[in-house]
Design a protein around this ligand. Structure first.
Ligand code: KIV
Length: 329
């Protein structure tokens, strides 16, 4: 076994996976770290193929995919389920799983047990948890247990009720000092990276300058070591107005919506599926059953109002006859 084991991607090519060490090297070399959330296999595959460095299975899955109002209801089982799907789609990126609300606050034993499940059962390479200096002892215990931890400070969505809403953090001298102290304590405890969310650009720049580990910003300005966005924000798939820091790179809602309307219209017009998109009986069977082969260029049947295309009782009886004949062939 070689010391570096590139993961195969199912074909003949191999890719070099991103690691804690390579993320650190990117910071030191001043190379921006690209990160995004993903929640399922196809989006993880797309993100990975695009060469993104870090994929976070965020608890934002609760709002982006599961339709909850906040991230608070997300469970361990939901996070594990989505993490497994994402990890199956990744060859290159560093997969991080978010610890859901309640999974690390009760006791450090329970937190470590839960974090372990993300690495052992779902294939994540690190976990992320929210909170500042208060979490440093837990980060240390997890690090000692061989679980890499990404910290998350600033606007921490799991604290939505304590913060009285989603508010930009670190705007007063005292709050800025608090954030800097948080970053220092978390790094000292072993955090491998720090997500900075919803903090003024100047504060994020200062923390990034002082931190020895990479900072990854979301709503924290361009001076962080890396940037992360929620996948559904990037593609206009949230059904709500975007936050100030979101840049929409494509209109997924329009793209999918338009395709779905065309599909619906084709079904109603009976132009989908076409003869070419249908399976056919072999000639001999056709003759035996005395069925007529539909002409490939046959006019589509008359379009019907949606809901009116129910099969008649006679059709169904005829089908039953044909199928019982076929079973005997
Ligand atoms: O859950 C999430 O998507 C996150 C990112 C916003 C960093 O925590």
């Amino acid at each position: 076994m070689s010391l570096t084991q590139p993961r195969g991607n199912g074909d003949s090519t191999t890719v070099r996976p991103v690691t804690v060490q390579s993320l650190l090297e990117m910071k030191r070399a001043g190379r921006p770290i690209t990160a995004i959330t993903a929640y399922d296999f196809p989006t993880a595959r797309l993100v990975d193929q695009a060469g993104i460095d870090l994929v976070l299975v965020g608890d934002s899955v609760g709002m982006a995919v599961l339709g909850y109002d906040t991230t608070l209801p997300v469970t361990m089982e939901e996070m594990l389920h989505h993490t497994r799907a994402v990890v199956r789609g990744i060859r290159h990126a560093f997969p991080v799983a978010d610890m859901p609300f309640g999974s690390y606050q009760v006791s450090s034993e329970e937190a470590i047990r839960n974090a372990t499940r993300f690495l052992k059962e779902a294939g994540a390479h690190a976990v992320k948890l929210e909170g500042g200096s208060l979490r440093a002892p837990l980060v240390k215990r997890m690090t000692d247990a061989e679980i890499p931890v990404v910290a998350h400070i600033g606007l921490t969505p799991q604290s939505v009720h304590r913060m009285s809403g989603y508010q930009v953090q670190g705007r007063s001298g005292e709050a800025i000092d608090g954030l800097c102290a948080d970053a220092i304590a978390l790094e000292a405890a072993g955090a491998v990276a720090i997500v900075l969310e919803g903090v003024p650009r100047e504060v994020a720049a200062e923390i990034t300058r002082r931190a020895g580990v990479p900072t990854i910003g979301i709503g924290a300005g361009p001076d962080c070591d890396g940037q992360i966005l929620v996948f559904h924000d990037l593609f206009n798939l949230t059904f709500s107005p975007p936050a100030k820091f979101v840049r929409r790179y494509a209109d997924g809602a329009a793209f999918f919506g338009e395709a779905l309307e065309r599909y619906r219209d084709d079904v109603i017009a009976r132009s989908f599926p076409s003869d070419k998109e249908s399976y056919h009986l072999p000639k001999g069977v056709l003759e035996k059953l005395a069925l007529t082969e539909p002409r490939a260029d046959a006019e589509p049947r008359e379009a019907v109002e949606p809901g009116a295309n129910r099969r008649s009782q006679m059709d169904l009886e005829r089908f039953a006859e044909i199928y019982s004949e076929l079973e005997r062939v």
